[in-house]
Design a protein around this ligand. Structure first.
Ligand code: NAP
Length: 281
């Protein structure tokens, strides 16, 4: 059984990105830069943003965090985004989610120009991804995709089952697998016989948010299992996959923590660099 080491893969990716940033600096005499807007004082968001900033600096990117109090007006945020859109020194813009209730998430996502949308949430990027064109791809599914490709470089003809259809994870994951010529089944809370669907998968990606939903007898022998879930339980953080049981059946599996999570931030840095390159051309 292959234990897919997301920490190691993320460190390797950061190392590659660091080299790329150095080459870009030589070529353009500037480095990609990421601006993160953080609203409010939710602890998990603060931790994510701190980690993003630290990783960005590690690979040589410029990074800035702009903080606003919880009660900031929506127009203040939209105006700041418009300003950053025009700022030639900014390559990527990210507004940390979740937002306070009085701020319209759709308006915020659509305010960021697609060229600087490092999260890949703008409808233009979503459309480009589903049309098979170049686009920013949401960081977590991009990380899952890179991990799957490490285990199995040729995915053509494989049967993939994605559990969850969120815009953040399930849907873009499906598009990435489809682009690789997988036959993809996307499942959700209304799916009948989820176990039966999972049993058909050469690849199973679980992005649900239910602790240890996917059991050992849901998984085909020699499948690749990617666990996106991060669930706080009495026994600590667990994924959407019952790791002990499934790891006895699967060919390869990501642990939680230490699987998909570390890849997410590394992919954000990758997306920032891609945005920078597209803006230069
Ligand atoms: P979400 O927006 O809540 O979506 C969950 C999806 O799971 C929905 O499509 C839902 O179906 C489906 N679902 C719910 N119950 C189900 C069931 N019993 N059987 C089958 N499908 C079911 O969640 P998300 O934002 O995609 O996040 C999913 C998990 O990933 C969470 O644990 C989150 O913390 C974690 N996460 C991890 C990372 C990372 O970096 N590792 C990043 C983001 C999120 P419906 O559409 O029918 O409601």
């Amino acid at each position: 059984m292959i234990l897919i080491d997301g920490k190691k893969e993320a460190a390797n990716l950061r190392e590659e990105l660091k080299k790329e940033v150095s080459q870009l600096k030589t070529k353009y005499n500037k480095v990609p830069s990421l601006t993160v807007i953080l609203i409010g004082d939710l602890t998990p968001s603060q931790i994510y943003v701190r980690n993003k900033e630290k990783s960005a600096k590690e690979v040589g990117l410029k990074s800035e965090v702009i903080k606003y109090p919880d009660r900031v007006e929506e127009t203040t945020i939209l105006n700041k985004i418009h300003e950053l859109n025009k700022d030639e020194t900014v390559s990527g813009i990210l507004v940390q989610l979740p937002l306070p209730r009085h701020i319209n998430k759709k308006k915020v996502i659509e305010a960021i120009i697609p060229e600087k949308d490092v999260d890949g949430f703008h409808p233009m990027n979503v459309g480009n991804l589903s049309s098979g064109y170049e686009s920013s791809v949401p960081c977590t599914p991009l990380g899952c995709y890179l991990l799957i490709k490490k285990v199995e470089p040729n995915l053509s003809g494989k049967k993939a089952v994605v559990i969850g259809r969120s815009n953040l994870n399930g849907k873009p994951m499906t598009q990435l697998l489809l682009k690789e010529n997988c036959t993809v089944t996307i499942t959700h809370s209304k799916t009948k016989d989820l176990k039966g669907e999972c049993l058909k998968g050469d690849i199973v990606v679980a992005a649900v948010g239910i602790p240890e939903l996917v059991k050992g007898d849901w998984i085909k022998k020699d499948s690749i299992v990617i666990d996106v879930g991060i669930n706080k339980t009495e026994k600590g953080i667990v994924g959407d996959v019952a790791f002990e049981e499934v790891s006895k059946i699967a060919k390869a599996i990501t642990p939680v923590p230490g699987g998909v999570g570390p890849m997410t931030i590394a992919c954000l840095l990758k997306n920032t660099i891609e945005c920078f390159k597209r803006l230069q051309s």
